[in-house]
Design a protein around this ligand. Structure first.
Ligand code: ATP
Length: 341
């Protein structure tokens, strides 16, 4: 019988609770400093304690996972803390498509895939000289918004970049990605695509709460103007959102296009959970600034199901549980190879 493993961070609790509910043995690869936290949860059957997450590449840990027929569920921490090469070299079967995670981490590849999926995107700006409208400046990979900043023109860009370098937030030789700022209502659209049934499921919507950009909105403009601090987009938590029903058709279409584009550019395609992240403007037009090709932490809101999963399943269904259900189905029908890489 296969078991389900993940790294101790991000959405590990949801993933392993879901796996337990579906009858799997659960394994957490856990950093020493978090052991106390995770031991509180009885649905975690085994903790493999490591110094750092990349120790998962050590033969000894891979052997332990192999002995238990573990399937590793990737999440944002794996991407944030390991390089694409390291992720691709993991011998343990990874749920979904581990090759697509490189497309999530590399801004140029990301843009290419989003373009292929015909997702409407805020315009990228290749040179700080060309900044004409308000832009957001981002770092590579899943930095969780840390060190991101807004700039109105080249001078503003240079001042803020230099300030963040001197504060040690970003490094001097870091390549930054500049994109036009899209103003509106944030919406992170969560999906699951099953290659077993060829069906796309819309799982829910969340919004990220980011510090200290949100804090800035709570102080009067007089103090805002006096502040010399460059506000960041460091994610602190998430809250749920339901969309106007008239927007749902387009939501499905965007995700279907994304699944098709992924199948074309990154075989075996976008299997399992993913998220399209963006902003609805004043005309309810969506602009996607990002995708995540794996489970997102915003699904943690819906551990007991979301308004949208209620429409699909007659039982509480979290994304973690949905993943485990897919593994169970595939295992029963001898199709584990079709849902892992
Ligand atoms: P993740 O942790 O999801 O991988 P990330 O580090 O790749 O995130 P983004 O999701 O691209 O970063 O951006 C972080 C935050 O910055 C977003 O949640 C959003 O608030 C803001 N943001 C990013 N791009 C834009 C944009 N073009 N217009 C407006 N806001 C944006």
């Amino acid at each position: 019988m296969v078991s389900v493993a993940t790294l101790g961070s991000h959405c590990a609790l949801q993933v392993l609770k879901g796996a337990k509910d579906e009858g799997f043995k659960t394994i957490l690869v856990c950093e020493k400093k978090r052991e106390k936290l995770y031991r509180r949860f009885k649905f975690i059957d085994e903790l493999i304690i490591v110094e750092k997450f990349s120790d998962i590449l050590n033969q000894e840990i891979q052997d332990k996972l192999k002995q238990q027929d573990a399937i590793l569920i990737p999440h944002g921490t794996l991407i944030a803390q390991m390089s694409s090469e390291e992720i691709e070299s993991i011998n343990t079967p990874v749920f979904g498509n581990k090759w697509i995670l490189r497309w999530e981490s590399d801004r140029e590849m990301k843009e290419k895939l989003m373009r292929e999926a015909a997702l409407p995107m805020p315009k990228p700006v290749t040179d700080p000289k060309d900044i004409e409208k308000l832009v957001i400046v981002k770092r590579q990979g899943a930095a969780g918004g840390k060190g991101y900043f807004m700039a109105a023109n080249e001078e503003d860009y240079n001042t803020k970049r230099n300030q963040l370098i001197s504060e040690g937030v970003i490094s001097k030789d870091e390549t930054l990605y500049i994109q036009e700022y899209a103003a509106g209502v944030l919406a992170y659209l969560q999906f699951f695509y099953s290659p077993l049934t060829n069906e796309l499921e819309f799982f829910g919507v969340d919004q990220r709460h980011e510090s200290d950009i949100e804090g800035l909105g709570r102080i009067p403009s007089e103090q805002q103007l006096k502040s010399k601090k460059v506000p960041s987009f460091n994610v602190i938590g998430n809250s749920p959102l339901v969309l106007r029903e008239s927007l749902l058709d387009e939501v499905y279409t965007m995700a279907e296009n994304f699944v098709k584009a992924s199948a074309k550019l990154v075989p075996p395609g976008m299997n399992g959970p993913f998220c399209i992240e963006g902003v609805y403007d004043e005309n309810a037009q969506f602009s996607a600034f990002e995708f995540s090709a794996r489970i997102v932490a915003g699904t943690n809101i819906f551990m007991n199901g979301s308004p949208y999963t209620t429409l699909i399943f007659d039982e509480p269904m979290s994304m973690g549980r949905r993943i485990a259900r897919e593994i169970k189905e595939a295992d029963t029908n001898n199709q584990l190879k079709n849902i892992t890489t």
